[in-house]
Ligand binder design. Structure first.
Ligand code: GRF
Length: 205
C-alpha cells in the first residue's frame, strides 16, 4: 500500500498526509523549486520533478509523469496542489485511485481563485472537497467535504487559511478510507462502509 503525491508548490497537504502516518512513497512535482519537494526530502521520501515545460504537448507530459509514478507502483495517486490539467488518457489510467483536494464546496467554484470568488458571490459557507478525479476539471465523485463559515470581515487570505486547516483534516481521512478499501461508488455517489462522517463542519477561528 502506498501513495504517490503530486504537488506544484507549498506542499502543506502532503505534509498533513505524512503527519497522519500515511504511507507516502514518493513526491513528484512539475515545478523544480516547489517548496514541498524539500519537505519530502527531509522525510526521506523519493522526490522528483517532471517539468511540464520540457514537453511539447500535454499528452507527452502526462505520459512522462505516468512513467515516473508507475515506477513506484502506488495504490493511490494523490493530487495535492498539483496545478496541471490532466489528459483523459492519464485520468483513465488511474481510474478509481486518483484523488484530488479542491478548496471549495464542489460543484461550486471549480478552477482557480476559489476563495475570492466565494467572497464575491456572498456565500455564507465555504470549504473544501476531496473527490475522485474524472476527466472533467474539479469534478468527480465526492468522498468528503468540510464546511466553514464565511465571516463578514474575511479576506481571501483569512478564508483560505480557515479552509486549509480543514483540508489538513479531511485529506488524510479520505485517503485512509481509500487505502482501507472502504469506499463504494454507486451512481456517482460515494459511501463509506462502516458509516464514518463524510461531512466535517468547523466553526473554529
Ligand atoms: C490547497 O488549497 C489545495 O486544496 C489546492 O491547492 C492548495 C495546495 O496547498 N488544490 P498545499 O501545497 O497543499 O499547501
Amino acid at each position: 500500500m502506498s501513495i504517490v503525491v503530486l504537488i506544484s508548490g507549498r506542499g502543506s497537504n502532503m505534509q498533513a498526509l505524512l503527519a497522519a502516518g500515511l504511507p507516502v512513497s514518493a513526491v513528484i512535482s512539475n515545478v523544480a523549486d516547489a517548496a514541498g519537494l524539500a519537505i519530502g526530502r527531509s522525510h526521506g521520501l523519493a522526490t522528483c520533478t517532471v517539468a511540464h515545460r520540457d514537453f511539447a504537448s500535454r499528452e507527452d507530459f502526462d505520459a512522462a509523469l505516468a512513467d515516473e509514478i508507475d515506477r513506484h507502483a502506488p495504490t493511490v495517486v494523490a493530487l495535492a496542489g498539483f496545478m496541471r490539467v490532466l489528459t483523459p488518457a492519464f485520468v483513465r489510467h488511474y481510474e478509481g485511485r486518483l484523488i484530488n483536494i479542491h478548496p471549495s464546496l464542489l460543484p461550486s467554484f471549480p478552477g482557480l481563485d476559489t476563495h475570492a470568488r466565494a467572497l464575491a458571490a456572498g456565500v455564507k459557507v465555504h470549504g473544501c472537497t476531496v473527490h475522485f478525479v474524472t476527466a472533467q476539471l474539479d469534478h468527480g465523485p465526492i468522498i468528503i467535504q468540510a464546511v466553514v463559515p464565511v465571516r463578514p470581515d474575511d479576506t481571501a487570505a483569512t478564508l483560505a487559511a480557515r479552509v486549509l486547516r480543514q483540508e489538513h483534516i479531511v485529506y488524510p481521512r479520505a485517503l485512509q478510507w481509500v487505502l482501507d478499501g472502504r469506499l463504494v461508488i454507486g451512481d456517482g455517489v460515494v459511501r463509506v462502509r462502516g458509516n464514518d462522517a463524510q461531512l466535517v463542519y468547523s466553526d473554529r477561528d
